[in-house]
Design a protein around this ligand. Structure first.
Ligand SMILES: [Zn+2]
Length: 167
C-alpha cells in the first residue's frame, strides 16, 4: 500500500523525477536536458490537430514528459508496458527515441510521426477530461478500436490520410 501510494505521488508529480520544466501555453514540458524549441513547434502542430475534435478543451492543461534521462518514462513503462508514448489523465509521456528535427519517435526500429503521436496521446487526455476517471481507459471497459480509433481519427489529418474518412 505504501509503495503504491509513493508510486502514485511520483506519477502525479513528474517534477519529482525531472530536473527542469518549461511552460508553453497550456502545456508544461518536463525535461532533463536543455529543451529543443523544435519540440514546441511540434506541440503547437499537435494542438492544432486537436482543435478539430469535439472533445477539445482550450482550458485544459497538460503535462508533457520527455524521455531524455528522467526515470519517469521508465516508471510508466514498468506500470503500463512498452509503447511509443502513453497518454493518460493530463499527461503525455514519451517513451521512444525522439528526433524533433525529422519529426519522429523511434522504438525497436519502428518510427511514428512525432506530431501525430503527440496529437494521439493528447487526444487520450481529452477523452479522459471529458469522460472522467471511471469512464476512461484503463478503468472503464472501452473497446480498444473505439478508444484508440478516436485518437487516430483526430491525429491522422495529413492530406494523404484524410481520404479514409471519405470512403
Ligand atoms: Zn493510444
Amino acid at each position: 500500500m505504501l509503495i503504491t501510494g509513493l508510486l502514485l505521488i511520483i506519477v502525479i508529480n513528474p517534477i519529482l523525477t525531472y530536473a527542469n520544466k518549461t511552460t508553453h501555453n497550456n502545456l508544461t514540458v518536463f525535461h532533463n536536458k536543455t529543451l529543443d524549441p523544435t519540440l514546441l513547434t511540434k506541440l503547437d502542430q499537435a494542438t492544432e490537430l486537436l482543435k478539430a475534435s469535439e472533445l477539445y478543451n482550450p482550458d485544459l492543461h497538460l503535462d508533457i514528459c520527455l524521455n531524455d534521462g528522467s526515470k519517469y518514462p521508465k516508471l510508466i513503462r514498468a506500470i503500463r508496458g512498452q509503447a511509443f508514448a502513453w497518454g493518460f489523465y493530463n499527461k503525455v509521456v514519451l517513451q521512444g527515441n525522439a528526433n524533433y528535427n525529422e519529426n519522429y519517435v523511434e522504438l525497436n526500429g519502428y518510427k511514428w510521426n512525432l506530431t501525430q503521436l503527440l496529437a494521439h496521446e493528447m487526444t487520450h487526455c481529452l477523452q479522459f477530461d471529458k469522460l472522467g476517471f471511471w469512464k476512461s481507459k484503463p478503468i472503464a471497459n472501452i473497446p480498444n478500436w473505439k478508444w484508440e480509433g478516436y485518437a487516430e481519427y483526430v491525429s491522422r489529418q495529413n492530406t494523404d490520410q484524410k481520404d479514409l474518412s471519405k470512403i
